[in-house]
Design a protein around this ligand. Sequence first.
Ligand SMILES: [Fe+2]
Length: 172
Amino acid sequence: MQLKFYSTTIFRETPKVTFFDAGLDVSNGCDVVIHSKEAISPPDDFKDEQYYVHEHQIDHNLVITGERKFVLINPSWNEPHHVIYLNRSMGALEIPIGTYHRSISGKEGSIVLNQPRRDKSFDPSKEFIPQKLDKLSLIKARKSLPVYWIWENDQIKRVRINPFKRKIKTLI
Ligand SMILES: [Fe+2]
C-alpha cells in the first residue's frame, strides 16, 4: 500500500523564518488540530485505543510544528497497518475514506493543519465519533506488523522492522 503525501512549496527558509504555500487544490476544508504537550486524538477510552474513521471526508494532514505519529488501520489494504512519523517536510498525509486513524504527539506537542475533501453528505455530528477496534478484521490488522514511514536523508522512506531478525528493511 502506497500512502500519498502532498508536498508543500517552500518560498523562503532561513534559520529563523520558514514561509511556504500549504494550499491543496483537492481540499474544501481547513481544520487545525493543536496538541499542547503530550496528547492523543482521539484519546484512549480507559485502556481501549480509539480511532476516527470517516465516511464523507478524505484527510490531508500537514504538520506545522513538532512531530505527530499517525497510526492507520485499514483491513481492505494488502498492508493494513501503517505508522507514520509525520513532520512538516513530508508534506500532507492523505487518509482515505474508511481508514481508522489516530495521532499521537510527544512531550513537545504539535500543530497539524488538516485540509480535508468533504462530500455533500458530510455531517460533523456523525463524522468525528471515536470508534473502538471492535471487529476481528480490525483487531487482526492492528496486530499485524506495521509499515513505518519516516523522514531520513531529506526523503520519505517506508521501512519494515523484522522483530525476529531485528533487521530494518527499507522498502523505498
Ligand atoms: Fe480524520
